[in-house]
Design a protein around this ligand. Structure first.
Ligand code: FES
Ligand SMILES: [Fe+2]
Length: 390
């Protein structure tokens, strides 16, 4: 008999408690790096991307000087969200409420009926600046004034993505959805292949399950590598994908024969296929709803009929997987509301989950407490939150 203690999941209450969600906003989402877009969306001055992440409206804008800047996308006048979605805002950002206008550098330039605001200091009322960084062509922002450098936070992320040359890829598909589950439930499901044999018959036909292995790191990322099987699937769409897929130009062994899945804490996932890549974000709206946003990318030179067909087949196969996962995670969310289930055990094939849960426990020590009442009161006490500057 082994004396080892099996690692445990986060407690069930962490997936349903409004207090825990507020702790996540403070201790995780306000401190870490968050993906908001791709460099292809931000080539020209005035190009911007925006997203509201865990209740914080964030925008990244390319300035006249060519620099990328991130801002809180909240007007300093009456807090209206300034920019919507993504696009080009021209020479300035104009708030749609009363028309305050900010330069691409965030400075407040003009306010209508200025004389009605005696003594108002325009210079001190620009958009709040945030930190910004780019890794492997993906654009990140952070609410932390002095975050850990992005490259350090992401460990081997850029190296893992380099074979796909993501900076030059073309964005060709976008979508968003709201899932009726906690964001960590969605990530847990993403992080282990242990449910493939029972939950995803299609993936079992396409991927070499025995060699589906998750590599974790001391940083915010993990990767699941899974070689594609050589054996032809007996489902025609899968068989056609297997027959027609060709790797992106320049993609070599082993990536040209693998489906790889990268996770970046807190809610970011990247699916790397030989023919295309996508990112899929899981950002909380609250403790029971998750906003998902996905963007798909292809190499610029692959727009022929065969490539389009392969991408359509890939999308079809993975939409079914998503559908299966939505059903499974909804089941889990219901069970996490039970008064009897407190926490579960984490198996060796679920090492990606352990890495994720350890990162949550590191950020919020009260997440190590199984009992909800004790946990919630610890959130308010000294072990619930880190002191500023920790
Ligand atoms: S809220 Fe933006 S101008 Fe008033
Ligand atoms: Fe799944």
């Amino acid at each position: 008999m082994s004396a080892e203690i099996a690692p445990r999941t986060l407690p069930a209450w962490a997936y349903r408690s409004p207090e825990f969600f507020q702790a996540e906003r403070r201790e995780i989402f306000a401190r870490t790096w968050l993906l908001v877009g791709h460099v292809s969306q931000l080539r020209e001055p005035g190009d911007y991307v925006s997203m509201t992440i865990a209740g914080e409206p964030i925008a990244v804008v390319r300035g006249k000087d060519g620099r990328l800047r991130a801002f809180s996308n909240v007007c300093r006048h009456r807090a209206a969200r300034v920019l919507d979605g993504a696009g080009n805002c021209g020479k300035a950002m104009r708030c749609p409420y009363h028309g305050w206008t900010y330069g691409l550098d965030g400075q407040l330039l003009a306010i209508p009926e200025k004389t009605g605001f005696p003594g108002f200091d325009k210079d001190a009322n620009g958009l709040w600046p945030l930190s910004v960084g780019v890794a492997a062509g993906f654009v990140f922002a952070s609410l932390a004034p002095d975050p850990v450098p992005l490259a350090e936070h992401l460990g081997p992320f850029e190296e893992w993505l380099a074979p796909y040359r993501p900076e030059r890829l073309v964005r060709y598909g976008v979508g968003t959805d709201v899932l009726p589950i906690n964001w960590k439930n969605s990530i847990d499901n993403y992080l282990e292949g242990y449910h493939i044999p029972v939950g995803h018959p299609g993936l079992l036909r396409l991927l070499d399950y025995k060699r589906y292995l998750v590599e974790t790191t001391g940083s915010a990322v993990s990767i699941a590598r899974s070689p594609m099987r050589d054996k032809a699937s007996n489902v025609w769409q899968e068989r056609l994908y297997q027959r027609l897929v060709r790797p992106m130009p320049g993609l070599r062994e082993p990536e040209n024969r693998e489906w790889n899945f990268i996770f970046a804490f807190p809610g970011m996932t990247f699916n790397l296929y030989p023919d295309q890549i996508d990112f899929w974000l899981n950002y909380p709206l609250d403790e029971r709803r998750t906003m998902t946003v996905w963007n798909t990318f292809r190499p610029p030179e692959t727009s022929g009929r065969r490539d389009r067909l392969v991408r359509r087949l890939n999308t079809r196969i993975n939409m079914l997987v998503q559908h299966e996962d939505n059903e499974l995670t909804a089941r889990v969310q219901e069970g996490l509301g039970s008064s009897l289930y407190r926490a579960g055990v984490i198996g060796e094939r679920e090492n990606g989950l352990l890495h994720f849960h350890d990162l949550v426990r590191e950020a919020i020590p009260a997440a190590a407490i199984d009992d909800e009442a004790e946990g919630v009161s610890a959130l308010a006490g000294p072990i619930g939150a880190r002191a500023p500057g920790d």
